[in-house]
Ligand binder design. Structure first.
Ligand SMILES: *Cc1c(COP(=O)(O)O)cnc(C)c1O
Length: 225
């Protein structure tokens, strides 16, 4: 199967309210360009250096999403162009994004990553940390970031019930935040709080059933890595 047909098949299977992030990490620009020619404009990368190299080489109407774990000292390299940062999991990181966004005269869109998996190794905030972050005075003063929603990764398992439980958990955290959103505004507001980034090649259909609005799909489009 070609990248073009993989992409078209997946796009045809997604409901209209679900955004597709084509996860292109480790893949060469030639492969990304095939997806681009087929109409794809949102690409996800998990390394800042690699994303920056591809941004320099590729057409400028692409929206680059950072889906990996972000180290604060590297934010400056993507701040001029990144479209959405999925993996924000600390106030310190958010402060650095706010600072670099300000230097670039931009507002950078972010998702807060929530720890929903059983594995200790997956990054993310738990509910207490999330509430602490959102109610901090530092957060409320930020003018150059916008929180569009939440992101999560399920446990790597065959157990569909387990995955479903974790996705449903993320959706319920999202719902409760959405209800309280006026109480949780930072200076740049979270009026646009509407995104739930969950689901990858192996579990995106289940994620959509559980309320996902943004899926991050790599190997089903570009092949294995
Ligand atoms: C690699 C990656 C994906 C895509 O995984 P596939 O199984 O190839 O679809 C999605 N989200 C994150 C955070 C990733 O690192």
């Amino acid at each position: 199967m070609s990248i073009t047909s993989n992409l078209n098949t997946i796009k045809a299977s997604l409901p209209e309210h679900v955004t597709l992030v084509a996860v292109s990490k480790t893949k060469p620009v030639l492969d990304l360009m095939q997806a681009y020619e087929a109409g794809q404009r949102i690409f996800g990368e998990n390394k800042i250096q690699e994303m920056t190299d591809k941004w320099e080489e590729m057409p400028k109407d692409i929206q680059w999403h950072m889906i990996g774990h972000v180290q604060s000292n590297k934010v400056k390299f993507m701040a001029p162009f990144v479209s959405l940062i999925h993996g924000v999991d600390s106030l310190k990181l958010l402060q650095e994004i706010n600072k670099q966004a300000s230097k670039n005269n931009r507002i950078i869109d972010c998702l807060l990553q929530i720890h929903i998996a059983e594995e200790e190794t997956k990054f993310g905030l738990d509910e207490n940390e999330l509430n602490e972050l959102l109610s901090s005075s530092e957060f409320k003063e930020m003018k150059n970031i916008r929180i569009l929603g939440l992101m999560g990764m399920a446990t790597f398992t065959e157990d569909q019930n387990q995955i479903k439980k974790e996705f449903t958990h993320l959706k319920s955290i999202f719902n409760s935040l959405h209800q309280r959103k006026s109480a949780l505004q930072c200076a740049s507001t979270i009026d646009n709080f509407s995104t739930i980034s969950m689901g990858m090649s192996g579990d995106y259909q289940l994620a959509i059933e559980c309320g996902s609005t943004m899926v991050r799909i790599g190997s089903s489009i570009f092949g294995g890595r």
